[in-house]
Each structure stands twice: as C-alpha cells, then as structure tokens.
Design a protein around this ligand. Structure first.
Ligand code: HEC
Ligand code: HEC
Length: 319
C-alpha cells in the first residue's frame, strides 16, 4: 500500500510538471487566417463614412483611448486612439493597443491586410490570437475599408503599450482554449444603409456590439451562454472585482424587456442623452453621434426579436 502511494505521488508530480511545462511552451502559439482583400482608400466619401463609424457606432475610441482620456470620450470628444486602457479581468490584464499611425508603438508599420485580418479573423500581425473584445468579424468589406481608410489619416502618437498579461488562469486558457474568433456567417461585400430591420441587425451585431453586451456571456472565454439580446451579462466595473453592471433585456418581452414600451422617438432620444450611470460600460458618449436612421434601423430590428422572459434585476450589483 505504501508503495502504491509512493508511485501515485510520483505520477501526480510528473503529471503536474508536464502540465506546467505544456502551459509554458504553449504561451506563444500562433495561428493562421486568410488575408482579406482590403486596402485603404483616399476617397473622401469613404474616409468620411469611416470616420463616422470610428467615433460613433463602432465606438473604437471607447476602448482604444488612453486612461486619461476616458472622460473626454464619454463626453464625445474625438481624441487620438493612443491606447493604454486596461481591464482587470478574471484571466489577467487586457490592455488596448495604440492604433494611431505611429510606426513603433502604433499600427503605422502594419499592412492594410494585417489590420483587416486582425479585425475580421482575430489574428494579430504576429499570429497571436487576439482577445475577443471587438465585434467586427462579420463587418462588410465596404465598412472595413472605410474604417481602415480613416485610420490611415490619423497622425502618429507615440505611446508604448504592453500586450495582454494573462494570470495563471489566463495562461492555462491561453495554452489550451483561446483561439482566434472569425466570422460566423458569410461576410457581405457591402450592406444597404437604410432604416430597415435588416440593416439594424447588421449594426447591432457587427458594428455597435449591442449583441456582445446585451447577451449573457462567459467572462473567461467570451462564449455566449444566454439567448442573444436578452441581457443579463454581468460586467465587472473597471478597477473593481466585486462590483458589476448588468445589461438589460432588449427583446420585446412585455414584462422584462427594457424597451418594450418605448416608442422609436423615445429610443432615439435616450441615445442623445449620453451616459447617466457613471460606471456603465455602454459607450453612450460615442453613441450620441449615431444617425437617426441608424437608430431607427436598430429599434426596428430589436422589435423583430422573439420575446424572451429574462428579468435581469438591478443594473448595479455588488457580490
Ligand atoms: C470593446 C473594446 C474595443 C473596441 C470597441 C475596439 N477595440 Fe480594437 N482592440 C481591443 C483590444 C482589447 C485589443 C487587443 C487584444 C489583444 O491584444 O489580445 C484590440 C486590438 C486592436 C488592433 C490591433 C490588432 C493587432 O494586430 O494586434 C486594431 C488594429 C484595433 N483593435 C482596431 C480597432 C478599431 C479600428 C476599432 C473600431 C472600429 C476597434 N479596434 C474597437 C478592444 C477594442
Ligand atoms: C460595452 C457594453 C455595451 C454595449 C456595446 C451596449 N450596451 Fe446597452 N447597456 C450596457 C449597460 C452596462 C447598460 C446598463 C447601464 C446603463 O443604463 O447605462 C446598458 C443599458 C442599455 C439601455 C437602457 C438605458 C436606460 O436608460 O435604461 C438600452 C436601451 C441599451 N443599453 C441599448 C443598447 C443598444 C441598442 C446597443 C447597441 C447600439 C447597446 N445598448 C450597446 C452595456 C452595453
């Protein structure tokens, strides 16, 4: 019996050492993905559309600003996306990169295709799987081109930023679980921009990320674990580990849907008011510039959803 325990102990030890080694060796895993045929344009209409998406519906600044600029972004000021915002998540510290045209610390030295591949397929220029926070996997060729074209007009701003720093859980996930997230449907070349529910669906899923926040998700992997748009995602408030904002149910359920009894005008008016709850993650600042017709499209799309009964409770919780 003693011998058994001895061998069992040795076995466990060897297995543990093996696991630790495997985790360490697999930290720099690289991935491949196709390069989209996307190139920046100098056409002023294309750049103008890219600028609208960048500061407004696609809210790039809401993440790619520096920590000092957070209040300005909430107020809708167009600062440079010099990066540095951090999120302390259960998997480690996620830092947002500098995406100005600085060659050393920004994306000035990256090719158009590198940037387009990162946004569509979640693979960085060096093959690393990007932490999946951006909703642009199904974004049309036309819109990716517009965003890229606008990015190329930004002046450089030198600001060195570290990349994702996983903790022990993050390292294990990094070694075995994380992989690049790409499109989950056929990516359109272009989408007709009107106030239809169809365009609203596109905006809500592939540009403004209403789906990404208003659906319950696993904070460690980003996987969708609840019905889409039914809310209930508990998002830790920046800088805390026990305080959360909970997203509301956007489906037209008569009892638990947040906007079921809002008119289209009330919905649009709410977006013009900006952030009311200081700790809210919702990019209310950038969303102030949403065009009326785009908001109408989103409202109409949300009305077509299947009502789902999901009482998400108070918007702020402390555990
Ligand atoms: C919800 C937050 C969020 C939003 C919104 C967001 N980003 Fe990002 N972005 C990130 C994070 C986090 C990373 C880094 C992920 C990592 O390092 O694993 C990143 C990385 C990038 C990268 C670098 C990819 C690489 O190859 O290393 C580019 C380029 C980029 N984002 C552009 C944009 C643009 C353009 C927009 C708006 C159209 C945008 N991002 C909106 C969070 C965001
Ligand atoms: C980064 C996460 C995030 C994104 C993206 C996001 N939301 Fe929210 N949303 C929240 C949170 C958190 C709240 C609750 C706190 C608040 O009211 O600001 C909220 C609240 C709301 C409310 C209730 C506002 C009120 O005054 O009661 C509506 C309506 C809403 N979101 C709609 C949307 C729509 C439509 C989109 C896409 C255009 C969207 N959200 C994108 C996180 C998000």
């Amino acid at each position: 019996m003693k011998k058994f325990f001895k061998y069992f102990g040795i076995f466990i030890l060897v297995a543990l050492v093996g696991l630790v080694l495997a985790v360490a060796m697999r930290q720099n895993r690289t991935f491949d993905a196709p390069y989209p045929e996307i190139a920046a344009s100098t056409d002023s209409a294309v750049i103008a559309h890219g600028k609208y998406l960048f500061y407004g519906p696609a809210h790039c600044l809401d993440c790619h600003s520096s920590m000092e600029d957070v209040e300005k972004v909430n107020a809708g000021v167009e600062v440079l996306p010099k990066g540095g915002r951090i999120w302390n998540l259960p998997i480690g510290i996620v830092t947002v990169p500098n995406i100005t045209s600085d060659k050393e610390t920004g994306i000035g030295a990256r090719s158009d295709k590198d940037i387009a591949r990162a946004l569509r397929y979640g693979v960085s220029h060096n093959g690393r799987a990007l932490f999946d926070m951006m909703p642009f996997h199904n974004t049309s060729d036309e819109d990716l081109t517009a965003i890229l074209s606008y990015l190329r007009t930004l002046p450089p701003s030198k600001n060195p930023v570290t990349t994702f720093q996983p903790n022990a859980i993050g390292k294990v996930l990094n070694a075995f679980v994380f992989k690049p997230v790409g499109p989950d449907r056929e990516v359109p070349a272009a989408v007709t921009r009107d106030s239809s529910a169809l365009y609203g669906e596109y905006l809500a899923t592939s540009i403004a990320n209403c789906r990404g926040c208003h659906s319950d998700r696993d904070l460690k992997t980003g996987a969708y674990i609840g019905p889409e748009y039914a809310g209930g995602f508990k998002m830790p408030i920046d800088g805390t580990t026990d305080e959360f904002m909970v997203t509301c149910n956007l489906t037209p359920d008569p009892e638990t849907g947040r906007i079921t009894d809002w008119t289209e005008e009330q919905f649009i008016a709410r977006f013009r008011q900006g952030k009311k709850i200081k700790t809210s993650h919702m990019p209310w600042g950038p969303f102030k510039t949403f065009a009326d017709s785009d908001l109408k499209a989103i409202y109409r799309f949300l009305k077509t959803l299947k009502p789902i009964k999901n009482d998400t409770g108070p918007v702020y919780v402390k555990s």
